[in-house]
Design a protein around this ligand. Structure first.
Ligand code: NAP
Ligand code: MG
Length: 478
């Protein structure tokens, strides 16, 4: 790995930044009621980027009331007219894509190559896809029923894919005729605020989309507000459980996209070059801050040493450094809190007897960084095999038979995603059918499409985002 260098950072596009961001409520930028602001920083150098409003319970209340008014207008529009607005959002994201990519990497630490080639185009694609559904919703429901929107949707997103998670939630909600109050994560509010600007540019009726920045307490105020008809949450299992408890019996609809500890299963006959790239993509993409990351590698015993050798060589070639450098593979860890969590779990792996392999690499003096790493000699009972590390750290285990692979892969409280690598299609399909995971990739990993539903089993949550299944989460037949 090469060390972090500041100059010259190749990406020179200046995003449109304000000193201070208010709340986007009722189609206008407004100051928070108690005039509290918080900083958002660049995790690659710990410098302040901008001040962002801290939304209080009173601000959430204003936003929900504005959303109710917005809902009355939005749900009364002809579906084909709603579609035009959603298309306009998609086109504007595309027009502002370079600026959005820089903003995403600046605020969250992910490599610009990823935000440019994945996050931003995937966000636009989500709006394009759902715009197409807006006037065809009766075809999304079997049995000829007439689907109706739910009402006001509170949407809470995490910091790992800030714009994309907002798009995953907002696009289907709007296409189905709902109004939205979006609460971005505390460390990555800037692309959600840029999305609010785009909503204003697209001239949506006031209140259809509201963005309230803040922290966990702001999110909890949204969850608890009596005027909210549905909560869509993506984040940790711990907070998801809390939300499930506090919405129980309230009549609110709820979808939860929570954590994961995905198995990536490599059979001895797998196409090995591709499999090693798939392992790298599975765990080091976005510094491993990925709910569906292939964080538990299950390798057939006979090829374990070969896979470990290849991976050892491969992680040496990954470049860690400035997220705005187009050559960077591993950017910054999103926050100090997350870096501490990764370090703590890595420490536990060493204490419990696993062997740590890390590429030699000089870390930048400032900012939050962690080198690409993996553990061998991992036992299924180790914390690093059970808990979500949410960092660039892979835990490698072995198996001897397909049955053992399935048993080990399913031995987790989570069930979000999994990967299988084998030469034979029939073996891939057989294993995929037996894995209890919402998404199973065969001979590939971390591939997404707006038409493909995404979501979990067990402690990874319930409900689906994307595709026809995702539309059902924003419609009612009542
Ligand atoms: P988190 O702490 O659960 O936070 C997620 C969001 O919820 C943030 O906006 C957070 O606000 C807010 N929040 C915190 N406490 C809340 C409360 N009591 N009530 C309502 N909202 C609250 O998760 P995170 O650490 O940001 O994100 C990482 C987690 O997300 C990982 O576990 C990952 O697996 C999961 N994830 C899942 C998916 C999926 O699709 N299944 C996708 C991406 C990530 P603040 O950040 O401002 O505190
Ligand atoms: Mg930030």
């Amino acid at each position: 790995m090469t060390a972090f260098t500041y100059a010259p950072a190749p990406e020179r596009v200046r995003p449109r930044l304000r000193e201070r961001y208010g709340l986007f409520i009722g189609g206008r930028w407004t100051a928070p009621e108690d005039d509290r602001f918080m900083e958002t920083i660049n995790p690659a150098d710990e410098t302040r980027i901008a001040d962002v409003a801290y939304g209080s319970t009173a601000d959430v209340d204003r936003a929900v009331r504005a959303a109710r008014k917005g809902y009355e207008r939005w749900s009364a529009l002809k579906p084909a007219d709603r579609a035009k607005y959603v298309y306009r959002i998609a086109r504007t994201i595309t027009e502002r894509s370079r600026e959005l990519a820089v903003l995403e990497s600046l605020d969250g630490g992910k490599p610009i190559r990823e935000s440019r080639d994945f996050d931003v185009p995937a966000s636009a694609a989500h709006f394009f896809y759902h715009a197409g559904w807006a006037d065809k919703l009766e075809w999304a429901i079997r049995g000829g029923a007439s689907p109706q929107p739910i009402g006001v949707c509170g949407q809470i997103v995490p910091w790992n894919f800030p714009l994309l998670m907002a798009a995953w939630k907002m696009a289907p909600a709007l296409a189905c005729g709902n109004a939205v109050v979006l609460k971005p994560a505390e460390t990555t509010p800037l692309t959600a605020l840029a999305l609010a600007e785009i909503i204003a540019q697209a001239d949506l009726p006031p209140g259809v989309v509201n963005v309230v920045t803040g922290d966990g307490a702001t999110g909890a105020a949204l969850v608890d507000h009596a005027g909210v008809d549905k909560i869509a949450f993506t984040g940790s299992t711990e907070v998801g459980k809390r939300i499930a408890r506090s919405t129980a019996g309230s009549g609110k609809r709820l979808t939860l996209e929570l954590g994961g500890k995905a198995a990536n299963v490599i059979f001895a006959d797998a196409p090995m070059d591709q499999a090693v790239e798939g392992i790298v993509q599975g765990i080091y993409f976005n510094q491993g801050h990925v709910c569906c990351a292939g964080s538990r590698l299950l390798v057939e015993e006979s090829v374990h040493d070969e896979v470990v050798d290849r991976l050892t060589n491969r992680i040496r070639t990954l470049r860690l450094g400035d997220p705005l450098d187009k050559n960077t593979d591993i950017g910054a860890i999103n926050s100090r809190v997350q870096l501490d969590k990764i370090r703590e779990l890595v420490h536990s792996g060493i204490e419990q007897g696993a062997t740590l392999v890390q590429a030699e690499c000089e870390l930048p003096a400032r900012g939050f960084f962690f080198p690409a790493s993996f553990f061998t000699n991992v036992h299924p009972s180790h914390r690093i095999a059970r808990e979500e590390i949410f960092g660039p750290v892979l835990s490698i285990m072995t198996f001897r038979t397909p049955d053992e692979a399935i048993e080990k892969a399913n031995n987790t409280p989570y069930g979000l995603s999994a990967g299988v690598w084998a030469a034979e299609g029939s073996k891939n399909m057989w294993v995929a059918q037996h894995l209890r995971a919402g998404v199973v990739w065969c001979n590939t990993f971390n591939k997404f499409d707006p038409s493909s539903p995404f979501g979990g089993y067990k402690e990874s949550g319930f409900g689906r985002e994307g595709g026809v299944h995702g539309l059902h989460e924003y419609l009612t037949l009542a």
